[in-house]
Design a protein around this ligand. Sequence first.
Ligand SMILES: Nc1nc(=O)c2c([nH]1)NC[C@@H]1CN(c3ccc(C(=O)N[C@@H](CCC(=O)O)C(=O)O)cc3)C=[N+]21
Ligand SMILES: [Mg+2]
Length: 283
Amino acid sequence: MTARILDGNAISALLREELAVRAAALKARGITPCLAVILVGEDPASAVYVRNKVAGCEKTGLRSIKDVYPAAVDPAVVLARIAELNADPTVHGILVQLPLPKQFDADVVLEAIAPEKDVDGFHAENVGALMQGNPRFIPCTPYGVIKMLERGKVVLKGAEAVIVGRSNIVGKPMAMLLLAKSCTVTVCHSQSKDLAFHTRRADILVAAVGRARMITGDMIKPGATVIDVGINRTPEGKLCGDVDFESAKEVAGLITPVPGGVGPMTITMLLTNTLESAERTLK
Ligand SMILES: Nc1nc(=O)c2c([nH]1)NC[C@@H]1CN(c3ccc(C(=O)N[C@@H](CCC(=O)O)C(=O)O)cc3)C=[N+]21
Ligand SMILES: [Mg+2]
């Protein structure tokens, strides 16, 4: 048996059609939804993601602003620009691409973004709201994962969900969202003992560690849903996930590919949050 594929490009295409309709409706009311993206430095992977974000805006009818700063920029310059974007009523979403160069304290930058424009959902106030079960913006990657699980008709209530990785941007918010959907949630990380013991119990396995192909077929429960959040490059420069797709697809019931899985969904949810933010200005 080989697993059914959860196609992030296909699901994104469906969702983005609905978003384009919402964007057009807003424009008819005189509001052009707008996302501002700040990129510091010339990390090639970051440049690709930012390009995908800007292209996603264009195709869906959102305006985007892209500000690129040299890697050595004084953080004060970026903070001043954030203050300007916070005060600009034509801007509905602000995203500072992570990671930032070493002279930056990422937390200071994220806290400088107006919470009502923080479409990443990374501001402490928005993290708190998510934990309290009353989210303002759901972080885009875990939000995209939830949308994929819903499209795949995966049963969440009572399911054993195991997340590998405890980052602020994926693992932790993913745990909160799956908990809210009544999964039994386990979060594993680099210090976990006997990782495979945990992963083999998972009905839903979310891999978000950043280590190429570390989840192999023998670590997966037959029929499980496997969500691969990883985006790694092989020495040959090929994109690959945290899941060893070849062995995993023989065991899993449902699986996301890399590329074409969670990545495009992350961008779709960023567009969703930006539109939502623009719509809120009418309320
Ligand atoms: N403030 C902030 N917000 C983020 O949401 C954020 C971030 N910083 N820093 C980096 C991560 C990573 N991320 C991705 C977005 C799109 C793809 C994507 O489009 N992936 C395509 C392929 C991309 C390629 O060809 O390299 C795919 O998987 O099919 C991947 C990864 C957003 N992130
Ligand atoms: Mg870790």
